[in-house]
Design a protein around this ligand. Structure first.
Ligand code: WQD
Length: 336
């Protein structure tokens, strides 16, 4: 079966692409390369041993997306395409509402015009806002704390409304926690443009000497060591979670919303320590004020994903750090 991956040249998309090939499925990447690099296609060919089909264009171009769905005989879609920088979304909300919500509606309209009704959507733990407690289950209240998280929440609601209107849709909503790490080959990985917003890519850039030190945003949180606690999940586990979600939709034909996390949290300082051990490189850091919008703790209860998808994360924080280091040390400038 041919599977369309919108935003498939990006960090999560490219790793999922490799996992799909391994599962015997045929990925077709759709990407405008606004936040990804064409070099990833050659790397994917090295990993999978085959050329990965790619359609360059924008998911907002509904007529073109419909044409791709039909020409490529797409059986299901994994929707990754969208902007994802929390801080940028506060500064440029219309960009996020246009690209993320507009892009999702455009994709769904294109799918509705064809016979393709199976979709996996890349959502985020951000829809939980500041959780009342941890671990987080899927029935927790959703509230957004920034336009980026708001777009994820609104798209989830659009999918719910679509399901009510047309029961033939098979919709898998995956709420990612904190994806980190890289493919064990070291050929693909996280390649943020500019100064990294997220912890792990910043840590790896400090380790290769691109940044002098890490700012630890907040050391006075109500957590064991005072720094923020998150559910870091290996991008390979996340990619395999998508394959499991797709198979569940195709086999059982029932829609679902699940957390994709490991079920336990690690603090910023624990990540730094694990990374230094895995890389053998020092990661100097400085305490800095809390980052607006950050929460103290956020980690998943992944029991529902295990029950519905037969999936669970298997890779450790050490695996995440070792694989992140192999990618960064082998590609100091990312894909450039
Ligand atoms: C993790 C922890 C920071 C950078 C966001 C989005 C989420 C997803 C992942 C897109 C926090 C601390 C970070 C740094 C630090 N994005 N930190 N110094 O904020 O949990 O989640 O990114 O899908 O939807 O909300 O991830 O990696 O930015 O931060 O101390 O330079 O590391 O305070 O405790 P976050 P993060």
């Amino acid at each position: 079966m041919n599977i369309l991956l919108t935003g498939g040249a990006g960090y999560i998309g490219s790793h999922t692409c490799a996992a799909l090939v391994e599962a015997g499925l045929v990925p077709v990447i759709l990407d405008n390369f606004s936040n990804s690099h064409p070099a990833v296609l050659e790397r994917l060919q090295q990993i999978t041993g085959q050329a990965v089909a790619c359609e360059k264009g924008d998911v907002l171009d509904t007529a073109w997306v419909r044409q791709v769905l039909e020409r490529r005989q797409i059986g299901a879609v994994l929707h990754f395409a969208g902007d994802k920088a929390v801080g940028e979304s506060v500064a440029q909300p219309l960009k996020y509402y246009r690209n993320n919500i507009g892009g999702a509606v455009s994709l769904l309209e294109a799918m509705q015009a064809t016979s393709c009704r199976t979709l996996v959507f890349s959502s985020s733990a951000t829809v939980y806002g500041d959780p009342a407690s941890v671990p987080i289950t899927e029935d927790f209240a959703r509230r957004h704390t920034n336009p980026y998280g708001h777009t994820k929440l609104v798209i989830e609601d659009i999918l719910s409304a679509l399901q009510v209107a047309d029961a033939s849709w098979r919709l898998g909503v995956l709420r990612y926690f904190n994806p980190v790490g890289a493919h064990p080959s070291g050929l693909i990985g996280e390649d943020p443009s500019g100064i990294p917003n997220n912890l792990m890519p910043f840590v790896t850039q400090v380790a290769i000497g691109k940044r002098p030190f890490l700012n630890v945003y907040g050391t006075d949180y109500p957590t064991p060591d005072g720094t923020g606690v998150r559910d870091y999940i290996h991008v390979q586990d996340l990619a395999e979670g998508h394959v499991a979600a797709l198979k569940a939709l195709l086999d059982k034909k029932e829609s679902f919303t699940v957390n994709l996390g490991t079920g336990h949290g690690n603090s910023v300082l624990e990540v730094v320590k694990a990374f230094e051990a895995a890389s053998g490189r020092p990661v100097p850091f400085q305490a800095a004020p809390r980052r607006p919008g950050d929460v103290a703790q956020c980690y998943a209860d992944p029991a529902l994903a295990r029950r519905l998808l037969g999936w669970r994360a298997t890779r450790s924080l050490d695996d995440m750090c070792r694989d992140a280091w192999r990618w960064q040390s082998g590609n100091p400038e990312g894909y450039k």
